[in-house]
Design a protein around this ligand. Structure first.
Ligand SMILES: [Cu+2]
Length: 196
């Protein structure tokens, strides 16, 4: 662990995880994704760290975090039911890992493209905002890191680049907002009775 990491941890990371999520996560056996984040944290994972002074959001994305949406989820979320909101002007540092033997990747695309279809050869919306060769090269045990600084605000997605995955729900939202002071990881309240 380097000095920078220690500094960021000490700044009280802000990640909103519901009580339900905690229960579910605690029952999950340790897996290869323990390598992504410091030892032991898979039981109480950190999906977001931030340094508001330096304007850096550190994002942790785990593909097939659980079995939801046939494993096509990031951090247990799919179909953009949750995701990240990050202030405009901040640098986004992504650590990605795949917790299954099925290949997955992650790339930033516009929200409406993620809902339709990502095709072979599609490139990320922001320079550098992707794992290597996202349409063909999946990771199963390797941790991938990349970083980018969005030069536009708007509605985007962290989407799996494998053809059909994103359209089938393997995506979470990434909102770059001008009026935001802090980065937030947002999860829906699951198991809540639906309003009629
Ligand atoms: Cu995928």
């Amino acid at each position: 662990m380097n000095l920078k990491t220690i500094v960021i941890i000490s700044m009280a990371p802000f990640a909103s995880i519901s009580a339900n999520e905690h229960t579910k996560i605690e029952n999950k056996p340790a897996s290869r994704c323990c390598n992504v984040i410091p030892k032991g944290e898979i039981k109480n994972p950190i999906f977001l760290r931030q340094d508001p002074e330096k304007k850096i959001a550190e994002v942790f994305i785990i593909a097939t975090f659980d079995k939801s949406n046939y494993g096509m989820n990031f951090n247990g979320l799919s179909k953009s039911e949750g995701g990240y909101e990050i202030p405009f002007g901040w640098k986004v540092k992504v650590t990605f890992c795949n917790n299954s033997d099925v290949p997955h990747s992650v790339m930033v695309v516009e929200a409406d493209i993620a809902e339709r279809k990502i095709n072979l050869g599609d490139t990320p919306y922001f320079d550098g905002a992707t794992t290597p060769k996202p349409n063909t090269l999946g990771t199963t045990s390797k941790v991938e890191k990349f970083e980018f600084t969005p030069d536009e605000s708007g509605e985007f997605s962290f989407a799996c680049g494998f053809p059909t995955h994103s359209a089938n729900g393997h995506r979470i939202f990434l909102k770059i907002k001008k009026d935001l002071k802090k980065a937030v990881f947002i999860t829906p309240e699951k198991n809540k009775p639906k309003a009629k």
